[in-house]
Design a protein around this ligand. Structure first.
Ligand code: HEM
Length: 146
């Protein structure tokens, strides 16, 4: 593992923040697409268009950004004190965010197979969850309260 210090650490942190912005954009946009997707007929031209948009968002943006967020985040963590409470709490919220990412991918597969059974309200609520995780994560990493 390449040790980081000074400017090298700041470059990795910059790449980390760029990655998490792209990941968060997808985590906030995809459930919104699902809200609209529940309101159109399965098999319709609009539904087929949503499928393309959802698939591209996951494959071209969300998943690469999630992997990059983890790689740059763990690289920095490997250069820090692992016993820090804020880091444990942050990692717990980031694992929860990753579970949400995987769940969103599974719901996308249901839409792609025209077999979604979840309601518009379900996806409206799901849309708020990444925001709550993000609030906790950013407060923990900036303030390091414990
Ligand atoms: C994916 C797994 C992640 C890991 C392993 C991770 C780990 C880390 C580590 C070790 C730092 C350096 C802290 C410091 O130098 O003070 C950091 C910085 C940061 N992380 Fe993450 N992080 C992850 C995901 C996220 C996510 C999802 C967000 C936001 C939603 C986020 C937001 C930030 C911010 C804003 C900083 C800069 C903090 C500062 O400069 O004070 N991270 N991260």
């Amino acid at each position: 593992m390449i040790a980081l210090s000074g400017e090298g650490y700041l470059w990795v942190k910059a790449l980390h923040v760029i990655s998490i912005i792209a990941w968060m954009a997808g985590l906030l946009y995809l459930p919104r697409l699902y809200v609209y997707h529940t309101q159109v007929e399965a098999g319709s031209a609009t539904s087929e268009l949503f499928k393309v948009m959802e698939r591209r968002l996951v494959r071209a943006i969300m998943t690469p950004a999630m992997v990059a967020s983890w790689v740059f985040g763990l690289w920095m963590a490997a250069n820090l004190d692992w016993s820090a409470g804020w880091l444990h709490a942050k990692l717990a919220l980031v694992v929860a965010m990753t579970v949400m990412h995987v769940a969103l991918m599974q719901w996308g597969r249901d839409f792609a197979a025209d077999s979604n059974v979840r309601s518009t309200k379900f996806y409206r609520v799901a849309n708020e969850i990444p925001t709550l995780f993000m609030l906790g994560i950013v407060i923990l990493v900036i303030l390091k309260p414990f």
